[in-house]
Ligand binder design. Structure first.
Ligand SMILES: NC(=O)c1ccc[n+]([C@@H]2O[C@H](COP(=O)([O-])OP(=O)(O)OC[C@H]3O[C@@H](n4cnc5c(N)ncnc54)[C@H](OP(=O)(O)O)[C@@H]3O)[C@@H](O)[C@H]2O)c1
Length: 255
């Protein structure tokens, strides 16, 4: 039996969709009312360790989807609760949706991911770390007034779509992929000027507006921090990952 935690979220639903015909699946959700239809649902709240211990009973493989909690110490405690519950319940292997550089960057953006990887390693359980990039879904450029603008200095983004990351996770959970390793998952590199050209519109560089999260991320992009490329996602998918240009020209793929 495969369990997926945080299964009511955008990523969790996509993973469940891809698993439901391939394995016995249990959706672990904090509110059963929000569980994806058509699969067994169990209540498992990251803030309620006892619920996680019960939810993971009889589970062979767990996909631990990271919590959206913004407070880092609380998020680490939530993940630690899930890892402890999995070990106590006798789960045979854990896959965790981590983040790129979680192995080498123990502070900042990846602090909770790093701590969780360490917590999983400490259990001694077989593991798979699926280190995600930023999701393309949240970065799809929009054309306004016949032009496409960004503050990215034309630098590359290695984002990937949730749908491909979900499929990669489903392949790891159901396949013969060797355990005990990490996959640094990056999507096909793209730039805003390339997208503008593909869409036949003008590209214009604009300064960041304000000090919000997008300005912070644009700073990372301008510094080239999102240009790392690996073949791990393509390897897990057995095909190239979907590009931002293909999504924009082709519309939403069937889910
Ligand atoms: N790589 C990226 O660019 C990126 C971007 C955003 C987020 N993330 C991370 O990736 C995860 C999955 O992304 P997503 O797009 O699927 O996020 P999402 O749609 O916001 O889903 C978050 C999920 O977490 C569940 N959750 C929240 N608090 C919980 C708790 N205390 N116990 C158990 N479950 C809880 C939610 O349950 P309810 O349905 O009950 O609310 C929901 O199922 C996020 O949680 C976040 O850690 C990554």
């Amino acid at each position: 039996m495969i369990a997926v935690s945080a299964a009511s979220g955008a990523l969790g639903r996509l993973v469940i969709d891809r698993l439901r015909t391939r394995a016995e699946v249990v959706a672990v959700v904090r509110d059963p009312v929000r569980a994806p239809a058509g699969v067994q649902a169990r209540r498992g709240d990251y803030d309620d360790p006892a619920s996680l211990r019960t939810a993971f009973e009889g589970v062979e493989r767990l996909l631990l989807i990271s919590s959206p909690e913004l407070d880092t110490p609380r998020r680490i405690a939530q993940h630690q609760a899930a890892v402890t519950a999995a070990a106590d319940a006798g789960v045979a292997a854990i896959a965790f949706t981590s983040f790129l550089d979680a192995d080498t960057a123990p502070t900042g953006l990846t602090e909770a991911y790093h701590a969780t990887e360490q917590a999983i390693l400490a259990t001694g359980l077989p593991y798979t770390f699926l280190r995600h990039p930023f999701y393309s879904d949240a970065f799809l450029p929009r054309v306004t007034g016949g032009e496409l603008t960004s503050g990215t200095a034309g630098r590359g983004l290695n984002t990937a779509f949730r749908s491909d990351l979900a499929e990669a996770a489903a392949n790891v959970l159901t396949g013969e992929t060797p355990l005990g390793r990490a996959y640094d998952l990056t999507g096909p590199l793209w730039t805003h000027p390339e997208v503008a050209e593909a869409l036949g519109v003008t590209y214009r560089e604009v300064p960041d507006s304000g000090r919000g999260p997008m300005s912070w991320i644009n700073g990372l992009i301008r510094a080239g921090a999102l240009e790392r490329q690996t073949s791990d996602l393509e390897h897990l998918l057995g095909r190239p990952a979907e590009t931002v240009i293909a999504r924009l020209l082709g519309g939403e793929p069937a889910q």
